[in-house]
Ligand binder design. Sequence first.
Ligand code: ADP
Ligand code: MG
Length: 318
Amino acid sequence: MEFRLIDRIRARLSPGEDVVLGIGDDAALLRPRPGQHLVAACDVLNESIHFAADDPPDAIGHKSAAVNLSDLAAMGAEPAWALLGLSLPAADPAWLDGFLDGFIGLAAQHGLQLVGGDTTRGPRSISVSVMGWVPEGAALRRDGACAGDDVWVSGTLGDAAAALDGAGSGEHATWLRERLRRPTPRVALGCALRGLAHAAIDVSDGLLADLGHVLDASGVGARVDVDALPASPALLSCGADAAQRRAWQRAGGDDYELLFTASTADRDRIESLSPQHAVALTRIGCIEPERGMRLIDAQGAAVESPQRAGWQHFEEQR
Ligand code: ADP
Ligand code: MG
């Protein structure tokens, strides 16, 4: 079964000249770029956990590419190559074609080429490895946040979590569900933040959890204005009360927005990236020397901080 499926994948690709040898041999041969660091990341998506069995195959393909592109974006890397590990319960060419529509479609938009993988029978599971390029020393890391930095976030927060909880109806529900199923990786924004952001991470586990990772890695703390967290029109109109909405915005995962810190002197430069990349950029707080996270409201009053909530696959091991 695998060979016919692999042929279907191969037929849809047209390798660029950095791919010396693509699909068909035991491994791919790829041309490195002198003077740049190779950035590598991997994400596994399992049925019933990361996607639903009845999700459209092209949405699953899109999301499999998007979550990996988002990791490259958060490093400030330019996408180059992907390896695709597919475990499928049956050789279903229609499902595979739909999956490839989503996967290759989004990958091509970002210059990400599929150069190999593995195809095997088993419970439906998708493992994607991606590689990209960043000039030496220019990667956006988690450990560079400095006291005094602004904290910024792209796009809107909480949409995917609201969709997962079945929020809204009609148009709003559809829009929220699309955010969950077909997230937009902020690849061009990530590259534009080189030399500007001091630290960056993509919001996959939830805002406070992911900000926590940056603070831990950088050895600093932060003050966050919870009333400043950006909300989409659909989230604001979906009928949920303010407390529920704020919970989704703070702790919901799967938004795949970029969270980053930058000098206050660079506010104008960062704001100018918003129209350029057609994405909102919102200042939500600042980095402070004292460790820990302090949540405040728009009036500056302290807001009770929920324990650092976020998605954890192996909660009992913590
Ligand atoms: P091997 O037995 O050496 O692992 P395979 O039959 O698994 O070889 O793979 C043959 C070729 O097809 C390899 O070049 C591999 O990278 C490619 N390939 C297999 N599955 C996929 C897939 N899901 N996506 C992309 N390339 C694949
Ligand atoms: Mg193989």
